[in-house]
Each structure stands twice: as C-alpha cells, then as structure tokens.
Design a protein around this ligand. Structure first.
Ligand SMILES: *[C@@H]1O[C@H](CO)[C@@H](O)[C@H](O)[C@H]1NC(C)=O
Ligand SMILES: *[C@@H]1O[C@H](CO)[C@@H](O)[C@H](O)[C@H]1NC(C)=O
Length: 275
C-alpha cells in the first residue's frame, strides 16, 4: 500500500467517524423533538376533550333555559287566567253586594288614573250598566192586611190590601196576587195572625197549584201567629197568592198579617251565566 493511499483511507475513516457522530446527535434531536410534539399533541387532545365537555355543558344549559322559558310562559298564562277569574268573581261580587262594598271597590280597586270621586262615578256607571244588563229591574213588594177577614170562603185568596212597597208594580192589590214580571228566582214570605177561636189552614199557591201550607189554631181570646218563607222559580206571568183553605174561616188584620216577596235572580236575558 502506498503512503498516499493509506492516508486517504485514514482520512476517509475519520470523516466517517465524525459523520456518524453527527448523525447520532441529529437522531437524538429528532427524537427529542418527537417527544415534545407528542406532549404538545397530547395537550391539544386534552384541550379538545375539555372543549367538547364545555360544549356539552353549554348545550345542557341551553336546553335548561329553553325549559325554564316554557315554564315561565306557561305560568304567565296561568296567572293571566287566574287574574281574569278574580276580575270576574269580583264583578260577580259587586252585582250582588251592597252600596258600601261598591264604594270600597271604587275607592280601592278602580282604575288607577283619575280622582277618587271620578273613579267612583266611573265605577257606578259601569255597575249600573252591568246591573241592567245582567239582573234587570228590581222587583220587591210588601203588603199588609188592614181589616179582619171573618168569613173567608174555601180557596179564597187573602187580599193584603195595604201596599207598603211595590217596586216594579208586580203585586196586584185588587186580587192579592203577585205576577212575575220576568222569569227568575223569587222569595216570598207571609206572616198570619190567627182570629181568636178559629182553627185555620192557609196555603202558598202558584198558578192555582198548592205550594205549601200554614196552620193556626187558637181558642177564643187567644192569638197565634204563623210565618213561612218560600223560594220559587217562576216563569214570566206566573202568579203567587196566599189563600184560605177551608170554608168560612177567619184571619186577623190590623197590619199584623203580611205578604212580601222579591226577585233574587233573573233567569232570562242573562247572556253570561256559565257553569
Ligand atoms: C267576594 O266577597 C266575599 C265576601 O265578602 C269575599 O270574601 C271575597 O274575597 C270576594 N271576592 C273577590 C274576588 O273580591
Ligand atoms: C194599618 O195601616 C194603615 C196604614 O198606615 C192605617 O191607616 C191603619 O190604621 C192601620 N190599622 C191598624 C189597625 O193598625
């Protein structure tokens, strides 16, 4: 081997040695980079998982809120219908309640604008309109018997001849009968004082049909009184009287015996009665 060739080979070996060292350090760097990349990728994965779970949370919250919205709007409509019920109940109350509570209503629950007298006037107008519309006109009477009846015939009506009140003019003082001006529910009441020494029966009568009986029994010199209240549903034109039952009976007058009645509820021309 020539000296030149020997050195060439030696140089080549040295270079190879250096190159090999370079390569191995390069490999180290690459694997370090790879592991760093691995860590970064792992963290990105974690981020993705976190983001996904946050997204799930947001979705759940959105659903929850939508649910709450539905509940709130359902509750709002329930509140509205309850308010309507309360309003109509309060109207109902005031169609049948007395002037004092009407005044209270005007003072405390009238429209919030305007002075108290103006609100009361507005309320009274509305009340009167409603009353005409739903209850119609008032009907009420009271009549008393001034003279004794000493020889009443069988089934003869008692004519209470002294009219104390006759709002609506439905009591006929000549016949002693009440004639319903409108269909409705009516209350009637009578009080009868006995004629001494008589046992007598009387009747509430509707259109000549017997409704109920009253009984008085007294020895001579004694007095008894009997009283009864009836509630009748009448059609317009029906009549109600008190009549004596047996022949030749008697009843005490002197304003002790009375016949009274009034309409409590009209059952026709009422547009809004439900349930
Ligand atoms: C109706 O009147 C009654 C008795 O006064 C009262 O208890 C009730 O609260 C009233 N209702 C309304 C809705 O005003
Ligand atoms: C009954 O009342 C009328 C009217 O007030 C009266 O004129 C009459 O004297 C009274 N009769 C009796 C006995 O009280």
């Amino acid at each position: 081997m020539s000296k030149g060739l020997f050195f060439s080979i030696l140089f080549g070996l040295l270079c190879a040695e250096v190159f090999a060292e370079d390569i191995s350090s390069f490999k180290d760097e690459i694997s370090a980079l790879q592991s760093a990349m691995g860590i970064v990728l792992g963290r990105l994965d974690d981020r993705d998982t976190q983001i996904n779970s946050l997204r799930d949370d947001v979705e759940r919250l959105t659903l929850f809120l939508a649910d709450q919205d539905a509940t709130i709007s359902e509750q709002n409509s329930r509140i509205q219908s309850l308010e309507e019920i309360i309003r109509s109940k309060s109207d109902e109350n005031h169609t049948t309640s007395d002037a004092t509570s009407r005044e209270e209503h005007a003072q405390y629950s009238g429209p919030s604008s305007g002075s108290a007298p103006a609100r009361k006037a507005a309320y009274d107008n509305a009340y009167n309109r409603m009353r005409r519309e739903y209850v119609g006109s008032p009907v009420a009477f009271l009549a008393t018997l001034t003279n004794h009846i000493t020889h009443a015939g069988a089934l003869q009506p008692i004519v209470f001849d002294r009219v104390v009140s006759n709002v609506g003019g439905a009591y006929n003082v000549h016949l002693g009968s009440f004639v319903a001006p409108v269909s409705g529910i009516y209350v009637f009441s009578t009080t009868l004082l006995s004629y001494p020494g008589h046992t007598s029966h009387f009747q509430f009568v509707k259109n000549n049909d017997f409704v109920s009986r009253l009984f008085l029994h007294t020895s001579s010199g004694q007095y008894e009184t009997v009283s009864q209240t009836v509630v009748l549903q009448l059609n317009k034109g029906d009549d109600v009287t008190i009549r004596n039952q047996d022949p030749d009976e008697a009843i005490h007058g002197s304003n002790y015996s009375t016949f009274a009645g009034f309409l409590i509820w009209e059952t026709e021309n009422i547009p809004a009665i439900v349930g």
